[in-house]
Every structure is written in C-alpha cells, then in structure tokens.
Write a protein that binds this ligand. Structure first.
Ligand code: ATP
Ligand code: MG
Length: 182
C-alpha cells in the first residue's frame, strides 16, 4: 500500500513519466491471465478473452504500467465478482490509431452514485471495512493516473446486480509511429 501511494504521488507531482515501447497487447493480456490464474481459481471466476483473436495487436505504450492496469482491473473483477462468475477481456479496433481494451465482469456491479468518485484515491463503495475482500481503494486511482499519463481514455459502465465494464484506449502501431520512433 505504501508503494501504491508512492506511485500515485509520483504521478501527481509529474516525477513519474511513462516509458513507451512497442509490444503485443494480446501477449501481455495472456501473461496477466497466467499470473492471476491461481487467484481466479480460488475465487471461482473464469478469466479469458471474449473470443479467439487471430490477429495480434501491436501497441506503443509503457508495458509494465499497462500490465499493472490490467492486473488492477482483473483483480477487482475477481474480488467483487460472484461465485462461478466470468471475467472477459475484449479488444476492439476503434480506428487506425486506437484500440480499446475492455474488461467485463458479471459481478455485483457499482451503483451510479459512486461512479463519479470511483477513481479517487481511497474511495471504496463499501466503507464498512468488514468486507472480506477489503482493499485500500488505491487500485483504480493508479489505473487512472497511468491511462492519463498515456493521454488515453478510461471509461466505466456498470449495472448493480449485473456487472461492470472498464475500458481504456491504447495507441496502435501505425507505420508513421514506427518510422518516427524506431
Ligand atoms: N469490477 C468491480 N465490480 C464491482 N465493484 C468494483 C469493481 N472494481 C472496483 N469496484 C469498487 O470500487 C472500489 C475502488 O476500487 P479500487 O481498486 O480503487 O480499490 P480496492 O479494490 O478497494 O483496493 P485496492 O485496489 O487498493 O486493493 C472498490 O472498493 C469496489 O467497491
Ligand atoms: Mg482494487
């Protein structure tokens, strides 16, 4: 938690910068599935892609930070999910330059009144603190800082009792980006 807070402070003070490289987003997502497999089994929630992707998408972003974003979002879906639930990641081409990564769950969902403050540090929906899966409320704040540092979009949609969808955009590798950065 001290590490999480430290990272947030670094982003807010502008010390923390992002370090972009070219990488395969499908591969990174697979790695995160592997790393979280045990936790998913423990929580009785299946994690995976929404469908088979025959095409791999190259992106230009900070791989370590995007791994952290994926991890924080998927761990949340496991923590606030339902027994025998399902978490799916989908990839959508927005246009030539952008790809949308979406993490959907069929968990408890989040009431609309909480959505405006959801990404604030320490904000938790259940403040009683007696929930078994209690956290510190920093995960989504970190997600927001990382996506903003990439100058990308972060969206949330949720329906209580039905589930939540968190999505963010990433820069796809176009010929132009490659030729100016390589
Ligand atoms: N997928 C989800 N489904 C339902 N509620 C969620 C989901 N993701 C986040 N939340 C709600 O948003 C709150 C904030 O999430 P956040 O990840 O910032 O904190 P946390 O999970 O409580 O703690 P931390 O991530 O620091 O361990 C959570 O406490 C939870 O109430
Ligand atoms: Mg969390």
């Amino acid at each position: 938690m001290v590490k999480d807070l430290d990272l947030i402070t670094q982003f807010e003070s502008g010390i923390k910068t992002i370090d972009r490289t070219f990488f395969d987003i499908n591969e990174l997502i697979e790695n995160v599935f592997d790393l979280l497999e045990m936790q998913a089994i423990k929580n009785k929630i299946s994690i995976g892609f929404d469908r088979e992707y025959t095409q791999s998408y190259q992106v230009f972003a900070d791989e370590e930070r995007i791994q952290q974003v994926l991890t924080n979002l998927i761990v949340n879906s496991l923590k606030y999910g339902v027994k025998n639930g399902k978490t799916e990641v989908s990839l959508e081409e927005l246009n030539e330059e952008k790809i949308l990564v979406k993490i959907s769950d069929n968990g408890e969902g989040i009431a609309e009144e909480h959505l405006p403050r959801l990404f604030e540090r320490f904000y938790r929906v259940d403040k009683s603190g007696n929930r078994k899966a209690g956290g510190s409320g920093l995960g989504l704040s970190i997600v927001k800082h990382i996506i903003e540092a990439h100058q990308e979009k972060l969206l949330v949609e949720s329906t209580p009792g039905a589930g939540s969808e968190f999505s963010f955009s990433l820069q796809r590798v176009t010929k132009e980006v490659r030729s100016t950065q390589d």
